[in-house]
Design a protein around this ligand. Structure first.
Ligand SMILES: Cc1cc2nc3c(=O)[nH]c(=O)nc-3n(C[C@H](O)[C@H](O)[C@H](O)COP(=O)(O)O)c2cc1C
Length: 163
């Protein structure tokens, strides 16, 4: 087992929190919301954050407090190796592995600026003709919402952790 001491996460509508709890249970590690003061600085952690316009929420702050050894990005887009590698480049992971987990989308749970942002993105996505199964899935996700959280998606993370 890798020497990770905790799971730390940031979640807005609850999907990342569910993955963090599942991962903590499966790996036998404590789970903390980023910003709760319970962990000493420099603790080796796996960080999970939700995706906001390609950026992993809270990653910068997590890195400034902890030794982030691996990162899970939780988004609404269907998983694909291309998307994971794009996110990995965009978020400058400095060698830490990135795992993409498809979370969920609940427009009713959004507050503040996120609601109009997603309404706009939904319009843009649904106006363009879907040219692939992936684009069709994104249009449906925007129009209906969805919950894609599953234990199975954590398998590569657990494998990396060697639990
Ligand atoms: C403003 C905004 C931007 C988003 N950008 C992305 C994105 O770039 N890629 C993606 O896959 N999902 C994106 N999403 C969807 C969320 O990442 C997804 O709903 C995630 O499961 C939310 O996790 P949470 O419930 O822990 O907050 C975005 C959501 C919002 C509100």
């Amino acid at each position: 087992m890798k020497s990770i001491s905790a799971i730390v996460y940031t979640s807005n509508t609850g999907y990342t929190q569910r993955y963090a709890a599942m991962l903590g249970r499966a790996a036998g590690l404590p789970v903390h919301r980023l910003g709760d003061a319970a962990l000493p600085r420099g603790t080796a952690v796996v960080y999970l954050g939700w995706l906001c316009a390609g950026g992993i929420k809270g990653l910068k702050k997590a890195r400034s407090h902890y030794n982030v050894q691996a990162v899970c990005a939780v988004g609404m887009a269907p998983a694909s190796p291309e998307y994971a590698s794009k996110l990995s480049g965009q978020n400058r992971l400095k060698g830490a592995p990135l795992f993409y987990l498809q979370g969920g989308y609940s427009p009713a749970r959004l507050t503040g600026i996120y609601r109009p942002m997603m309404a706009l993105m939904g319009k843009v996505v649904s106006r363009a003709p879907a040219e692939s199964e992936r684009e069709r899935a994104m249009q449906e996700a925007f129009s209906k919402g969805g919950d894609w959280v599953s234990e199975a998606q954590l398998a590569p993370v657990l494998e990396w952790l060697q639990v």
